[in-house]
Design a protein around this ligand. Structure first.
Ligand SMILES: Nc1ncnc2c1ncn2[C@@H]1O[C@H](COP(=O)(O)OP(=O)(O)OP(=O)(O)O)[C@@H](O)[C@H]1O
Ligand SMILES: [Mg+2]
Length: 370
């Protein structure tokens, strides 16, 4: 049922000529218990405000009779609409919806409320007014909860992906890698047993194929989950990643680490590793840089990582939506309650900076750290 649907207003009894409802303790005891913020108006004057209304308007909690004028409680336009509704109320069926009234709290802050005014038809007597959070504000907690649920589910997806990568990496290393090594060993034994010379073209081709596949398997296993990350922590895994990617490329690289030398593998360090890995791959593929620098700073709130290059730069506002690298980095940071910012200028270079809080609780206290 629509909560704002117009109720049936036919009265089962004649309207009272005059009544002092604000002086009737039984009536006030009922209003006092209403969960909705409710005001009892007598013309322009607010004679009574129930506890929910006092809390909403920031009125003293222990004074149910504020004796406020409409102009003191609402802004000019809203007070005028209430006056109009009071006027119409006594003529029509007594019920008026008032969307988005601007309510002035006692501490001079403003809030927006949807009101409903009920007057007694045909009588110029008192009126009741309820004030509810405006529809947009009612939905704000729902939107916030949906955002939280989305971030949690994306975090779970990223963690499941990491577990799967680690499993595949182990399988590749322990199963396929070991079998290939055994095959290479057996090949050399076979060559010895049959006195086949080392430079036999078939033997050389077979041995070279086995070597290649073994190399590719190792490199794939490393990419999927570098063992250093689990065994020695983030700093060591990053150093070996830089070495693997940039040795012999002519690109000058350095890394500065503050406060995170022994960081073990956890959801933050794994995310940091993946983000930096994607940045470095981008530098190799797109930047044509002469130099790059990686910085890691850890403190009690979280980890700030930066990757800077002096390459070609690009327009970060106009990245093809098919591209997944930058989007994936941002999603990883946001899934942890952090953020990622890309600054890039053509001909100057690119800087990617991410802030990853240790816990989502710290995310709320962060102030634009990325
Ligand atoms: N360091 C950089 N220097 C110059 N251009 C960059 C840099 N990083 C990203 N770019 C540009 O931004 C684009 C988007 O990067 P993104 O990592 O999202 O996708 P990609 O690397 O092209 O593909 P993938 O989805 O495989 O990562 C790149 O295609 C490139 O044009
Ligand atoms: Mg990329």
């Amino acid at each position: 049922m629509n909560p704002r649907a117009r109720p049936d207003r036919s009265l089962p009894f004649p309207p009272p000529e005059a009544c002092a409802l604000d002086a009737d303790p039984r009536f006030l005891a009922l209003l006092e218990r209403l969960p909705d913020p409710t005001l009892l108006l007598d013309g322009e004057t607010v004679r009574y405000a129930n506890p929910a209304a006092r809390s909403q308007a920031g009125l003293p909690a222990d004074d149910p009779h504020p004796e406020l004028q409409l102009d003191a409680l609402f802004d000019g336009a809203s007070a005028q609409r209430v006056r109009q509704a009071l006027d119409n109320g006594s003529k029509g069926d007594g019920w008026t919806a008032l969307d988005r009234l601007r309510l002035r709290r006692l501490d001079e802050t403003w809030i927006s409320r949807d009101g409903e005014l009920v007057a007694i038809p045909g009588a110029s007597g008192p009126a009741l007014m309820t004030l509810r959070a405006a529809v947009a504000e009612q939905s704000a907690p729902v939107v916030a909860a949906a955002r939280r649920a989305l971030a949690e589910s994306s975090l779970r997806a990223v963690e499941a992906q990491e577990r799967e990568r680690a499993r595949l990496s182990r399988e590749l290393h322990d199963q396929i890698g070991q079998s290939l090594s055994a095959a290479a060993l057996r090949l050399s034994l076979l060559l010895q047993r049959h006195a086949i010379p080392d430079d036999d073209p078939q033997a050389m081709a077979l041995s070279s194929i086995l070597d290649d596949v073994l190399q590719q398997t190792r490199s794939l296993s490393l990419q999927l989950r570098p063992p250093q990350l689990d065994d020695f922590g983030l700093a060591s895994a990053l150093r070996s990643l830089l070495q693997r990617l940039f040795a012999d490329t002519g690109i000058h690289y350095d890394i500065e680490i503050e406060g995170s030398r022994d960081m073990p593998a956890n959801r933050v360090s794994v995310a940091a590793y993946r983000i930096i890995q994607e940045c470095l791959t981008n530098v190799l593929r797109h930047a044509r840089a002469a130099a790059l620098r990686v910085e890691l700073r850890a403190d009690s709130i979280g980890l700030v990582l930066t990757v800077v290059d002096d390459g070609a730069g690009f327009d970060a506002e106009r990245v093809d939506s098919e591209r997944l690298g930058l989007r994936g980095m941002r999603e990883r940071a946001e899934a942890l309650g952090g953020q990622l910012v890309v600054h890039s200028r053509a001909g100057i270079g690119t800087r990617v900076r991410a802030f990853l809080p240790w816990s989502p609780l710290h995310a709320a206290s962060q102030t634009e750290r990325a």
